[in-house]
Design a binder for this molecule. Structure first.
Ligand code: CP
Length: 303
């Protein structure tokens, strides 16, 4: 677990160890942080834009007493501009820090970085259609926190699932738990890719593909909405409004279900439902800080 580049790396005991540490991190934040990790330096190297992932990792390191080195737009503000290879950039930055959080524009970028890095690499999202494992960890923690169980849950994942990094990573994590049922809801053109379905088949995880939110919404414990990148989809000429979650959908949902979204959102998730108790997406984003603090402590404690 020196490097974290995909969700499959996590075993259930490791996930539960992380989830046991996470509430401790919430208490540390409540008392203003700790200096326990004051010798540690975290580098955040982001080649694509981010609000939640970069700020929460940086806040996590600061709350733990460490320091940060950061570039928010490495394609412009690193030697990528001069044609430097990712591997060389990682070799150099690893001299200056103890851990690198990397968002790279190519699928497999984090794995390439891990292959040459003497310090831990954490994948903060690779390419379109790669993975975002720390998002999946905070998503799973939120499900656990809201539903109090992980076995036996029904989860609907909605959106442009073919390239959905968060959905892909979360599907891998959920596949580790018993009697989970997954519903992938998308137009056929944007459905989840066969590599995930093959994995679910191997793990004997029950799933259904559907293009109807209405048919599924009343059956599930967790509704995991994702952003639909309308620019990418403009040439598909699809009516995507039927996948939106708004007040008209709320009445069809279980009263104790949970609505999640990795954010940022667009029209697929109406702000009119923000005050509904089932809307967990802002709690989910806040959990990102605590889960990432816990993850950093696990990495540093095992060095
Ligand atoms: N959920 C997520 O990865 O958000 P950012 O792109 O803002 O980091």
């Amino acid at each position: 677990m020196k490097h974290i580049y995909e969700s499959q790396q996590f075993t259930v005991p490791r996930i539960m160890e992380l989830f046991e540490r996470t509430p401790l991190m919430k208490r540390i934040v409540a008392r203003g942080g700790t200096q326990d990790y004051h010798t540690k330096i975290l580098a955040t190297l982001f080649y694509n834009s981010s609000t939640r992932t970069r700020f929460s990792f940086e806040s996590a390191m600061l709350r733990l007493g460490g320091k940060i080195l950061s570039t928010e737009h490495a394609r412009e503000f690193s030697s990528e501009v001069k044609g430097e290879l990712l591997e060389d950039t990682i070799r150099i930055i690893s001299n200056y820090c103890d851990c690198i959080v990397l968002r790279h524009f190519e699928e497999g970028g984090a794995k390439r970085a891990a292959a040459v890095s003497p310090v831990s690499i954490i994948n903060a999202g690779d390419g379109s259609g790669g993975q975002h494992p720390t998002q999946a960890l905070l998503d799973l923690f939120t499900i656990y926190n809201e539903c109090k169980i992980l076995n036996g849950l029904s989860v609907a994942m909605i959106g442009a699932l073919d390239l959905g990094r968060t959905v892909r990573s979360l599907a891998y994590l959920l596949s580790k738990f018993e009697r989970v049922k997954l519903y992938f809801i998308a137009p056929a053109e944007l459905q989840i890719k066969s590599d995930i379905l093959q994995h679910l088949d191997e793990k004997r995880v029950s799933y259904e593909l559907s293009d109807s939110l209405e048919e599924v919404i009343s059956k599930v414990d967790v509704v995991y909405q994702t952003r639909i990148d309308r620019e990418r989809l403009s040439n598909y000429h699809l009516d995507l409004s039927r996948f939106n979650i708004d007040q008209s959908v709320l009445g069809k949902m279980k009263t104790d279900s949970v609505i999640m979204h990795p954010l940022p959102r667009s029209v697929e998730l109406s702000s009119a439902i923000d005050s509904d108790p089932r809307a967990a997406y802002f709690r989910q984003a806040q959990n990102g800080l605590f889960v990432r603090m816990a993850l950093l402590t696990m990495i540093f404690d095992e060095e």
